[in-house]
Design a protein around this ligand. Structure first.
Ligand code: HEC
Length: 264
């Protein structure tokens, strides 16, 4: 605890110094703080380069790319690259330099931990890079992420059927009631009887990634046309007193715990 406090304190001091870059640059401390200044720039972020421009894309074509990409880099990076590979050609930078493959870690709800389905996380990354920071009035990146999570939770997945599927067995469709990889994959495995390592489960997830990429581009195209409407009905965190998906009873049954802050 003590160490943690110390770190926090140091961080604050660092940030204060970062805030005084003008003073540092003008002073003799320049050499000593050269590295700090560099990272100070990164802390603020190159906001002039964000958000990134967007050209409308074809949802079905994007979904086909995502499907194929799944077999190379799995769900998260597949969704990101389904959009960004096309924008590299249409827009160029900064898409050209963006290391999409670094997001391969989103696989299996992040390195196999079954957290947020990588397709959802990938879609949120795309929406927020294209639409911009939540704080600067550009709330739609945030909203599209929420829409994707809710839509995904309610959808009978997988929706998208690729032109030339790698697996031709008819795949059952399930509704996750959750944006989580673990819940989504688990319910599908239970309904289908196929294990995690099966070709069918893999193709199911490739199609889920494709389905998400399809819907993401639909939303981005609407946004580009000024027609986007926020669809998700997720309530603000303060209404529950805990960060959560809204279907509390799905996991807690009839005994939903009350967060401490809300206790009388
Ligand atoms: C995806 C499953 C899931 C959903 C959905 C979910 N929870 Fe939880 N929640 C858990 C798990 C697992 C724990 C940790 C184990 C426990 O204490 O039950 C937890 C813990 C909590 C805790 C802290 C532990 C406690 O007993 O006080 C609160 C409060 C809570 N949940 C409230 C909610 C509320 C309110 C909702 C809906 C807005 C919700 N949860 C939705 C799975 C879920």
């Amino acid at each position: 605890m003590e160490n943690q406090d110390k770190t926090c304190h140091n961080l604050t001091r660092r940030q204060m110094m970062i805030g005084a870059t003008g003073v540092l640059a003008a002073g003799t401390a320049l050499t000593q703080f050269g590295g700090l200044l560099k990272s100070a720039h990164a802390v603020g972020g190159p906001t002039e380069k964000w958000p990134w421009s967007y050209e409308k894309l074809d949802p079905a074509k994007t979904a086909e790319i995502a499907y194929e990409e799944w077999y190379r880099v799995f769900c998260g990076a597949a969704v990101i690259n389904s959009v960004f590979s096309q924008l590299r050609a249409k827009v160029g930078e900064p898409y050209t330099s963006f290391p999409v493959d670094s997001f391969v870690f989103l696989e299996g709800g992040m390195v196999g931990w079954g957290m947020t389905c990588g397709s959802n996380a990938g879609a949120a990354i795309v929406a927020n890079l294209i639409i911009g920071p939540r704080i600067a009035g550009g709330t739609e990146g945030h909203q599209i992420s929420e829409d994707i999570f809710q839509w995904y939770s309610e959808a009978s997945m997988p929706i998208f059927v690729p032109k030339t599927p790698k697996v031709t067995t008819k795949l059952v469709r399930t509704t996750a009631e959750s944006p989580l990889c673990h819940v989504s994959v688990g319910k599908w495995m239970k309904a289908s009887g196929y294990p995690i390592g099966s070709a069918e489960r893999k193709d199911r997830c490739a199609r889920v990634a494709a389905s998400v990429a399809f819907h993401l581009v639909e939303l981005l195209n609407d946004w580009k046309d000024g027609k986007y409407k926020h669809a998700a009905t997720h309530k603000p965190v303060k209404e529950y007193g805990i960060t959560a998906q809204m279907n509390c009873m799905e996991c807690h049954g009839n005994d939903v715990p009350t967060p401490p802050m809300a206790k009388k």
